[in-house]
Ligand binder design. Structure first.
Ligand code: SF4
Ligand code: SF4
Length: 136
């Protein structure tokens, strides 16, 4: 399945001169469209991109981006959790590349932090009771 998603990438100063985007589009065969690019006085970069490609390659690309140390925000999608469905099984904790799920050791409940989510979609397929939902 081909997907097209808009994301915001924040580059810290130490990564501003790295060829991260060219590696992303080459390695994962993604097409990109730059919607906005700017650099702050502190030399941090901000890029708003539309990425199009195969869903599986997009997911791998997001994992690659997160490993480089850039910060990503999703613009076009919001991922939420249906709390009534979640069984706190923990399957999503190791899957999520953005570390948006954390096990609360006291309550043994899995907490979801929507602010960290980059809408890669991995948890939606892997959640056994289908508690994770994507909204466009
Ligand atoms: S995989 Fe689904 S059910 Fe399991 S903890 Fe995560 S959100 Fe909850
Ligand atoms: S879609 Fe799910 S797996 Fe992907 S970043 Fe968001 S919470 Fe993590």
């Amino acid at each position: 399945m081909v997907v097209s998603k808009k994301i915001v990438i924040h580059f810290p100063k130490r990564l501003a001169d790295q060829p991260i985007i060219s590696r992303l589009v080459k390695q994962f065969d993604l097409e990109f469209n730059i919607l906005k690019a700017s650099i702050t006085p502190a030399e941090e970069g901000l890029l708003v991109l539309e990425l199009t490609g195969k869903q599986s390659e997009y997911e791998k690309g997001m994992q690659f981006l997160l490993k480089t140390g850039v910060e990503i925000q999703s613009l076009s999608q919001d991922v939420t959790r249906n709390e009534e469905r979640c069984t706190s099984c923990g399957a999503c904790i190791t899957i999520c590349p953005a570390n948006a799920f954390v096990l609360d050791r006291k309550s043994r409940l899995v907490k979801f932090d929507n602010e960290k989510c980059v809408a890669c979609g991995l948890c939606i397929k892997s959640c056994p009771p289908r508690a994770m939902e994507v909204h466009f």
